[in-house]
Design a protein around this ligand. Structure first.
Ligand code: NAD
Length: 326
């Protein structure tokens, strides 16, 4: 019998038609609560024909142990930075993913964090809950300049919403979407340094690569405007946590809203959990009932297509699809 490892929690926890669709494959589905470490993946690897995974660590060593039984991987989500894509391709394992299903939901979360920081929302709500009527003065975002790093699917949705809030939008991307930028009056920054110098609010939406890792660190922080507010709904590793904590403590950075951390879940003493003016949410940017169902349906369709020997809706690498298994 075909065995599938299903490790994403939002897929499991949220009701919707994806559960019936997955059951229709007739496969045995083994549930784990991800994101799984490399050590846990190494324990599990070898007994599955397919992974339906979230942000579990799938290294070459995991793939070595998982093959030859493992034939396909369906990534639930868009970021494949925890998967050794090159090794997948070399070993002939097609890897599918889910672009275009969670960008609106993540953009909304970006503004939730941004507005919360500008209006001291968490602090104020906590005071009220304690019976303290302490009125702090915030800032409005209208008229400020937002710098967007990565004008991809989510970055563009953030840009559109920023315009509606009356923000000036500048952005930097290695691939510039000419038509979108022109149609929406988005200024192109020549590089990160220019973007950092101009942005009152910096919102990170690029993929995690070796080039973008530690984009915000002790070397780049001096290039930021004094009192910048940074939002990160992309990947924790884009920001060096220790350097961010120091930037917040000195006041150079006025606020950090992070939906993602370099360690998830974080250790209780993670440097950003108690940093001043820092709001951390537990990687829930795409976790809405609407988005989870869209993403789960796409990940399941991808999986079932590949189990049938057909192409998925979206594939990351160019490995050939194996012969039908169901
Ligand atoms: N918080 C969440 O729950 C959540 C949910 C979905 C996606 N994400 C993360 O959000 C990020 C963006 O997702 P997306 O769907 O918009 O992806 P996308 O691929 O559509 O966009 C990413 C953009 O980043 C750009 N980019 C790559 N390298 C760059 C660099 N060095 N400098 C500037 N730009 C660069 C790409 O050209 C692309 O336009 C990913 O890291 C993804 O993992 C987080």
């Amino acid at each position: 019998m075909i065995r599938i490892l299903l490790s994403t929690t939002s897929y499991q926890d949220i009701p919707g038609p994806h559960h019936d669709l997955l059951a229709s494959s007739g496969a045995e589905v083994v549930l784990e609560r991800g994101p799984l470490s490399e050590a846990r993946m190494l324990e599990l690897a070898g007994d599955f024909d397919a992974f339906l995974c979230g942000d579990d660590v799938i290294t070459r060593a995991v793939l070595d142990k998982a093959t030859p039984r493992l034939k396909i991987i369906s990534k639930y989500g868009i970021g494949v930075d925890k998967i050794d894509v090159e090794a997948c391709t070399e070993m002939g394992i097609p890897l599918s993913f889910c672009p275009g299903v969670n960008h609106t939901t993540v953009a909304e979360h970006t503004f939730a964090l941004m507005l919360a920081l500008f209006r001291h929302l968490v602090e104020e709500a906590n005071y009220c809950a304690e019976g303290v009527w302490k009125r702090m003065t915030g800032h409005e975002i209208m008229g400020k300049t937002i710098g967007i790093v990565g004008l991809g699917r989510i970055g563009r949705e953030v840009a559109l919403r920023a315009k509606a809030f009356g923000l000036k939008v500048i952005a930097y991307d290695v691939y510039w979407p000419v038509e979108f930028a022109e149609a929406n009056d988005i200024e192109r920054a020549s590089g990160l340094t220019q973007l950092f110098r101009q942005a009152d609010i910096l919102s990170l939406h690029s993929n995690l690569t070796e080039e973008t890792r530690d984009m915000i660190d002790a070397r780049s922080i001096p290039n930021l405007k004094d009192g910048v507010v940074i939002i990160n709904c992309a990947r924790g590793e884009l920001v060096n946590s220790v350097d961010m904590a120091a930037g917040l403590a000195s006041g150079k950075i006025a606020g950090y809203g992070a939906d993602v951390l370099d360690e998830e879940p974080p250790a209780a003493d993670h440097v950003l959990l108690k940093a001043p003016n820092c709001i951390v949410t537990p990687h829930i940017g795409s976790r809405t009932y609407e988005s989870v169902v869209r993403q789960a349906m796409m990940a399941t369709e991808n999986l079932i297509n590949m189990l049938k020997g057909e192409k998925p809706l979206a594939q990351v690498n160019e490995a050939p699809i194996p012969a039908a298994m169901i």
